[in-house]
Structures are given as C-alpha cells and as structure tokens.
Design a protein around this ligand. Structure first.
Ligand code: SF4
Ligand code: SF4
Length: 337
C-alpha cells in the first residue's frame, strides 16, 4: 500500500516552496527530499530556481515524491503542487505563491495572521491553510526560519518521519557547530508542534487557484518605441521590501534629533528629508520618515541612532505601506507600469 496520500496522473506527490534568498528554502527542500528518499525509501527529486541567487530575490524549491518503482522523467518546475510552503508573506506582492494549487491543496504559511485574511490574500476558494510562526520560533531560538518551516512541513506531510529529520539535523551541525544542534532540534520540534490548520470545504464549482506563468512586462507587444527604456535609472524603481526578513525600523519623529546618523549607516536611499528652520530661524534638514520601498531591513540605522527615534519592529503586512514617507523624484519619467 502506498504511503503517499495523493498522486497526480504521473504518479507524483508534489511540493513547492516559495521563499526569498537567505531564508534557506533551497536547503529545506533538499532535506525534505532526502528524508523521503533515504528515510522512507521513496523515489524523489529536488531542485530549486533562484535567478540571480542574491539575498532577497524570490526563490522556489521543488520536491517530487513517487513510489520506488516509478521512474522520474519529469524535471520541469512544479506547476500544480499538492502542498505549497510560503516562507515569507512579503512574497505576495511579487509572486502568485498559490499558483496552481488544487481545490483541496494545502498551503503552509509562515504567519501569525488570521486564516480568513490569508485566504483572501491568496484568492483561495477552498483547501487547507496551515500557519506557523516560523519567524517567532527562529528569533526565540536564535536559529533560522527554514528549520521551523521544515518542522511544520513534516507535520503537513505526515507520511514523513520527523525522527529521521532530527538525525539529519544532528549530522549537519554536530561536527562543525555542536552548539547549534539543540537549538535547531528545538526549532524543528516547535515548528512541528505549533502548526494550526483550517480547511475550507470545496463546493462543486471550486477549481483551485489556476496556474499562471509569470511573464516579463516587456515583450514584443509592449516594448517602448524603438525598444528604448525611457526611465533614466532603474535603481529608483526597484522595490527592496521583499528582502526584509521579518523586521523593519520603526520611526518616531518626536524622538528624533535629526542628526542623520541613520542615513549615514543606511546602505540605501531610505531616509526622507525636508528643509526647514530651527528654533533660531536657521536652515536645517529635518527627517520626515522612511521610504520602505528601499529598506532591506538590515537595521543598521537602529544601531546607529543615538536616541529612541528608531527601533526594530516585527513587520506585519501593510505596516510599511501605511507608515512610509515617499521619496520625491520629480525628474524621473518613464518606467514600466
Ligand atoms: S533597515 Fe537598513 S535599509 Fe532599512 S532604513 Fe535601516 S539601514 Fe536603511
Ligand atoms: S539617527 Fe535617530 S535621531 Fe538621528 S536622524 Fe536618524 S532617527 Fe533621528
């Protein structure tokens, strides 16, 4: 009898991990596949796609399981997964994370939000949403989000053996980083134990979230006249918000002495200033706020700030948008929209 709970028409049980560079989804995918193949004797494959492979860019990791006697002759990205794991909710802005998930699929999200809110964001009609506070667990144990997500994924894929995974964690860390063995085992366990589930029943018409292949915004139909890009600089249009790994700086203007130590430490163009007059009528620049579009969440500004005007804050969805002060670039025109 098969231990795989479901299979597609080619005989595969398929998992897709959606993440951003730096959170360890690639490694998590590899460990998950190994646990199925070496631990349970399944046939399986794993690979990842991550473009420029830089920290903060979207990453996908794919895992296929099948019976030992089924040959794997498919090596394409997984378009219609049974399970999706979302490592970071900021991805919703850039990636259709639930793309191709069937009407009774399972999506595991690193989130502390309400199921119904997540369902709306993901445009899901039916299926199961699982949530785990992987970031909270990782902060508590001073480990990484991927180990907590791995624990949660083992709970979602309950045909896998968590004990086999714990052996892998021990083997990975004990030689070089023995002090990390126990925190990582605790992280895995907490991820496993603290998953919450909510299932939305499917009605007859539910078809799941259709698969959409992301396409470039510029093609032969949409290119500018003569193929020329009219925006003078692409760094102004870039959006680094997906690079943040759960925290951002919170700014309280009343506490600010406008010393610019934050701006000196900031590697990007986040701090927005405006000229004004001090108490004696002399011209001075006053800090207005942060343009979170350019903020990668490194928190160097918080370290540099001599007052309590800046502090680190766990990012919740929508905070950056509702608190951001936009930079003004009056001479920039064009761009892709
Ligand atoms: S967290 Fe980093 S990128 Fe964001 S404003 Fe502070 S220094 Fe700049
Ligand atoms: S370092 Fe702190 S006090 Fe100085 S300008 Fe920045 S936010 Fe204000």
């Amino acid at each position: 009898m098969s231990i795989l709970p479901r299979k597609n028409e080619l005989g595969f049980y398929e998992i897709r991990l959606e993440s951003i560079g730096g959170l360890g989804a690639n490694l998590a995918g590899k460990m998950l596949a190994e646990a199925g193949v070496f631990g349970l004797g399944l046939n399986g494959s794993n690979f990842a796609s991550y473009g420029s492979e830089k920290k903060g860019s979207p990453v996908k990791s794919f895992i296929r399981f099948c019976e030992p006697d089924t040959e794997i002759r498919v090596h394409s990205p997984i378009e219609e997964p049974h399970v999706v794991g979302v490592f970071h909710e900021a991805l919703y802005k850039m990636v259709d994370v639930a793309s191709g998930l069937g009407p009774d699929g399972i999506i595991l999200v690193n989130s502390t939000r309400d199921f119904d809110e997540i369902k709306i964001d993901l445009k899901m009609e039916s299926g199961t949403i699982a949530t785990v506070d992987a970031l909270g667990i990782a902060v508590e144990e001073k480990t990484k989000v991927n180990t907590a997500m791995l624990g949660a994924l083992f709970r979602v894929c309950d045909f896998l053996d968590p004990e086999a995974m714990k052996q892998v964690i021990r083997k990975t860390f004990e030689k070089k980083y023995p002090h990390l063995v126990e925190p990582n085992l605790r992280t895995f366990d907490k991820g496993y134990q603290t998953v919450n589930f909510k299932t939305y029943e499917k009605n007859h018409e539910a078809t799941g979230v259709g698969f959409t292949r992301p396409l470039s915004q510029l093609g032969y139909l949409t290119q500018e006249l003569g193929g020329v890009l009219t925006s003078q600089a692409n760094s102004i249009q870039k959006d680094l918000s997906g690079s943040r790994q759960g925290f951002l700086p919170k700014f309280v203007q009343e506490e600010c002495i406008h010393c610019a130590a934050c701006d000196t430490a900031c590697p990007d163009f986040c701090f927005v200033w405006k000229e004004g007059e001090d108490k004696r009528g002399r011209k001075q620049m006053f800090l207005q706020g942060i343009d979170y579009q350019y903020c990668k969440g490194c928190l160097k500004c918080v370290e540099a700030c001599p007052t309590t005007a800046l502090s680190d804050l766990r990012e919740t969805l929508g905070y950056a948008e509702s608190h951001q002060v936009k930079q003004s670039f009056p001479y920039v025109i064009g761009g892709i929209s």
